[in-house]
Design a binder for this molecule. Structure first.
Ligand code: SAM
Length: 327
């Protein structure tokens, strides 16, 4: 048996002393066995937090995926081992704080927005697609958008939405008759469609055409803000958050589309924690409200769509408020 196999076996058995001895003898901590599992996955699957700790300390990748797309953290979640789960969650947060590799990997383009803003888009009844058959927005999200609108409009006043898409959240925001309703949209075809469908003629609506990054100087401060763009990185969301202290009035509510790593349950937990932590450092308290989405997401929804950007049963709707307000 090779050293990699021995390491998997020791991890499976929870024999930390052996794990450490093998690591010291040079065994490969990123070894994948015949089933496509790493030693860390074996330790997590069998709930051996101590062995997992030794492997992580030796540099085992916390984010390696099995052939069925599961990470060590997913195995810890499945086996219900809280210690192994907490350990992996912490390892994930620490790594992503520095590297941000997971969210980056979900965006194939090198730079934010890539070629998306110059590409054609296609509108249909139930989705808005880019030129690569990737969904920009889909109608199954309507109940989520209604919940986001309810959250950001709860204090009335002046509302800002970044990213019009299919106009689902904006239609819901209009139901709350805000004093003003500002919409920032960067794609020329989406913008044209907004004008053709009468959004430019609504009394309380102000449309700002351009990337939010480029139109910041035209923005004011708001009682409610929603953010949902497309083709951007986690870093862009993070950058947007840096502007919240100026854009969000004291007592205001901020929310964003929480599709972070929506293809993997454990990575999603890592990113929910990461974003909450980063918002906390900026002075905001984030509540994540669970909304079941399983029922509105049958397989048929994804027909003709290249990238299934959401595969989880529960959506966590973020509601952020200044820490001062929530005290
Ligand atoms: C997911 S859709 C928004 C869906 C919307 N929440 C709804 O309810 O229909 C994303 C939108 O953001 C726009 N967008 C992408 N990057 C942007 C940027 N940097 N600034 C402003 N809008 C952007 C896209 O053109 C697209 O219309």
């Amino acid at each position: 048996m090779g050293e990699g196999e021995l390491l998997c076996e020791a991890a499976r058995a929870g024999d930390s002393a052996k794990v450490r001895a093998l690591v010291e003898a040079g065994a490969d901590v990123s070894y994948f066995d015949g089933e496509g599992l790493t030693p860390l996955m074996h330790a997590a699957k069998h709930g051996h937090a101590d062995a997992a700790k030794s492997l992580l300390e030796a540099g085992a990748p916390w984010n390696a995926l099995s052939p069925s797309g599961l990470s060590a953290g997913d195995f810890a979640m499945e086996s219900g081992n809280q210690d192994a789960f907490d350990l992996l969650l912490n390892a994930g947060i620490q790594a992503e704080l520095v590297l941000g590799t997971i969210a980056r990997a979900t965006n194939d383009n090198g730079d934010s927005n890539g070629d998306y803003l110059e590409d054609r888009v296609t509108f249909s009844e139930d989705k808005l697609m880019d030129s690569n058959s990737k969904a920009i927005m889909m109608a199954w999200e309507k109940p989520l958008m209604e919940a986001h609108a309810k959250a950001v409009c709860s204090g009335g006043g002046h509302i800002l939405n970044i990213g019009f898409g299919m106009g689902l959240v904006d239609t819901a925001i209009q139901q709350y008759a805000p004093v003003t309703h500002t919409i920032v949209e960067a794609h020329p075809e989406v913008y044209d469609r907004m004008l053709r469908t009468g959004w430019g003629k609504k009394d309380n609506v102000k449309i700002i055409f351009g990337r939010w990054q480029d139109v910041l100087s035209q923005l004011e401060s708001y009682d409610g803000i929603f953010f949902d763009t497309y083709g951007e990185y986690y870093e862009d969301l993070r950058e947007f958050h840096q502007h919240l202290p100026v854009l969000l009035k004291l007592g205001g509510i901020y929310s964003f589309f929480n599709g972070l790593c929506g293809g993997n349950a454990f990575f999603h937990v890592v990113y929910c924690q990461l974003v909450s932590l980063e918002l906390q450092n900026l002075g905001y308290f984030t509540q994540l409200i669970p909304l079941p989405v399983k029922d509105c997401l049958g397989e048929e929804v994804w027909e003709g769509v290249k990238h299934k950007y959401w595969q989880l049963d529960t959506y966590y709707l973020p509601v952020c408020q200044s820490l001062q307000d929530s005290e």
